[in-house]
Design a protein around this ligand. Structure first.
Ligand code: DGP
Length: 113
């Protein structure tokens, strides 16, 4: 989608600090980090949010989680990281392209804000 900022990052049209790419996924540094490690993991395929995912996305969603764990290990935060997807405006979603925040490098509070 030409007007989707994350589609533009996935296609290379918009610059980002990319940390990993696979045929289906892209991981890059968040522009507005909320932790010392803050990576966004997105599918290349445009999907608005987790709520829009279908049974056919099951494998893709699993790959996102496995890639997050791999990146966390590579970045040295596997002892304490959080993987979050904000789904809908009420949960703070601001970009309507499915993305997971990989956060680490600081103490994580519970419950989240
Ligand atoms: P959310 O609020 O869950 O929709 O998170 C969107 C995140 O995307 C937010 O933490 C900031 C980040 N973001 C928005 N635009 C850009 C961009 O152009 N580049 C990068 N690297 N991150 C972006």
């Amino acid at each position: 989608m030409a007007d989707c900022v994350f589609c533009r990052i996935a296609s290379g049209d918009l610059k980002a600090r990319i940390v990993r790419e696979t045929p289906e996924l892209v991981a890059f540094m968040d522009l507005n980090p909320q932790a010392p490690t803050h990576i966004l993991i997105i599918p290349r395929k445009h999907t608005a949010s987790l709520a829009a995912c279908k049974a056919e996305d099951e494998a893709l969603l699993g790959k996102i989680q496995l890639l997050a764990a791999e990146i966390a290990a590579e970045l040295g935060v596997s002892g304490g990281f959080r993987l979050v997807t904000n789904c809908g405006r009420g949960a703070g979603q601001s970009v309507d392209h499915l993305h997971y925040h990989l956060l680490g490098g600081r103490r994580m509070n519970w419950p989240p804000g």
